[in-house]
Design a protein around this ligand. Sequence first.
Ligand code: PEP
Length: 259
Amino acid sequence: PAGRVPLMAGNWKMNLDHLQATHLVQKLDWTLRDAKHDYAAVEVAVLPPFTDLRSVQTLVEGDKLGLRYGAQDLSPHASGAYTGDISGAFLRKLGCTYVVVGHSERREGHHETDEVVAAKVRAAYTHELTPILCCGEDLTVRQAGGQVAHVTGQLRVALDGLPPEQAASIVIAYEPIWAIGTGEVATPDDAQEVCGAIRALLAELYTPELANGVRILYGGSVKSGNVAAIMAQDDVDGALVGGASLDPVEFASICRYRD
Ligand code: PEP
């Protein structure tokens, strides 16, 4: 909507080794080519585990696929004594465009606070990566009707002090935790309510023009059967897709939601 190029991003989570990754990317690209997919009209990205990135890079660059790719996390630091962590510099060198920051599974499983998430957003920009900044409420907050306050609170911290030239290119993903991997998708109205509030927050923190250019994705049990209704909402500019992105034919039909 409003001139923003939709983005469909597949978050593979901790699935697919590098051989399986190669297979999936080839099948995804064949399927999209068969459908004469215009990658400039609906952008498509995959977000594999770190260990798959070099294989995906070789395929995408070698075959000049229109596909983009990125990682699921990065360190807030550039290099040094951080055993097990991965620098944004390494990701950039592997041709990554995107990096997911603050996914609820990392907030929960790795105790990532909004402040840590903010530092990772900055690290992404330091290394010329576009962050896909995740936010979203759990079921208790939703049942109390606190979703807008919760999400805008998360984003106020994560975006604090972020200069407008960086904020202008950020991608924000609204992912209600109760809808992730549960099969329970938010209604299009629920998605619109929070995505609209996120755009209003960006207009308040920056300008309405900047807010109008930012892509806001919905994530949570998106499938080919529900994506079109969600994409019909004014402030939803794409989807962050977990489970359904592991099936290349299903993910391709999500990318083809306009068909
Ligand atoms: C996700 O993990 O980002 C996600 C949206 O997962 P799923 O599509 O499986 O609910």
